[in-house]
Design a protein around this ligand. Structure first.
Ligand code: DOR
Ligand code: ZN
Length: 343
């Protein structure tokens, strides 16, 4: 709900349905920033050693909780490999060790070398997940080098997602960080068991921004930003009020030197000002009345979790994003955003 002047907006405390928190010093640097903004987060399992077992997920969760401080609940995910064990996946779900499993096509992105080379290898796991109602989070890009990088999401729909849904029509799927009109159309046309997360950067950036005045390594992520028509389609979906779309930052920190490199890593670190960034986009489109559904209601509904009881307030007030935070360049570095999270 927002007041009549819409100079403040108070919503239920949001969650981040897709985040990379890393480990060690990086985890200790970034986890408090996510916890400042969000009550819960779906934590991606693509560590150097992927999280594939209940024991590894449980240990990682403990490290996150210690780093984030009180009041933050990490929701863990299982990294699917070609040798994913359906019994382990079911046990982890039953014991509350994880709420979802993540499908990375092998070599699609950072730390995905152990990912799935062919979805036929995980059919037994998907069968279990469909039966128990466990969510499959999908990085939706083909890795075929013959497919142009800007087409990899659209081609993934026809080559992988459509066949997958024919085989597992009731499987709950989150099409993560969608970047194309094709993905929006696919999600909209699918049943209520198919939803999508949308990042703040894909609401703001098109592919031209990656090259504006020179190469912009801090705006490079995967899936890479697409042409303007796609950004607008994703943005229309985000603000549509449809329950199928919800907040997932895909905040993916890399040290400055790893981005500003001859072969720069993919990933945009948006955790510090994620809500501010989303709010700015919704406000630009006159859609602040639909922000709470996107940020705080649709995600829990899809995952079958309660909504948060606390609330947060955003104020129309200038906030300048620092050039660097703990050796990482954040999204919107040096820019001034028009909305700020109240203390
Ligand atoms: O840009 C990205 N960075 N996309 C991903 O899928 C992974 C992520 C990372 O872990 O750095
Ligand atoms: Zn991600």
């Amino acid at each position: 709900m927002s007041d009549t002047m819409t100079d403040t907006i108070t919503i239920r405390r949001p969650d981040d349905w897709h985040v990379h928190l890393r480990d060690g010093d990086m985890l200790r640097a970034v986890a408090p920033l996510t916890a400042r903004q969000f009550a819960r987060a779906i934590v991606m399992p693509n560590l150097g050693t992927p999280i594939t077992s209940v024991a590894a997920a449980t240990d990682y969760r403990r490290r996150i909780t210690a780093a984030a401080g009180p009041g933050f609940t990490p929701l863990m995910t299982c990294y699917l490999t070609d040798v994913a064990d359906p019994a382990e996946i079911e046990r982890g779900h039953a014991e509350g060790a994880w709420v979802a499993a993540k499908l990375y096509p092998a070599n699609a992105t950072t730390n995905s070398a152990a990912g799935v080379t062919d979805v036929r290898h995980i059919h037994a796991a998907l069968e279990v997940m469909e039966r128990i109602g466990m969510v499959l989070c999908v990085h939706g890009e083909v890795t075929d080098p013959a497919v142009d990088i800007f087409d990899r999401e659209a081609v993934f729909i026809e080559r992988v997602l459509e066949p997958l849904l024919r085989d597992f029509p009731a499987l709950k799927i989150v099409f993560e960080h969608i970047t194309t009109a094709d993905a929006v159309e696919f999600v909209a046309a699918s049943g209520t068991n198919v939803a999508a997360t949308i990042t703040p950067h894909h609401l703001h950036l098109n592919r031209g921004d990656l090259f504006a005045g020179g190469l912009r390594p801090h705006l490079y992520c995967l899936p890479v930003a697409k042409r303007e028509a796609h950004r607008l389609a994703v943005r229309t979906a985000a603000i549509s009020g449809s329950a199928k779309y919800f907040l997932g930052t895909d905040s993916a920190p890399h040290p400055r030197q790893a981005k500003e490199s001859g072969c720069g890593c993919a990933g945009i670190f948006n955790a510090p000002f994620a809500l501010e960034s989303y709010a700015a986009a919704f406000d630009e489109d006159g859609a602040l009345d639909r922000f709470e559904a996107f940020a705080s209601l649709n995600g829990p509904a899809f995952y079958g979790l309660p909504v948060n009881s606390e609330s947060v307030t955003l104020e129309r007030r200038a906030v300048t994003v620092p050039a660097e935070i703990d050796g990482i360049v954040p999204f919107h570095a040096g820019e001034t955003l028009g909305w700020a999270l109240a203390d």
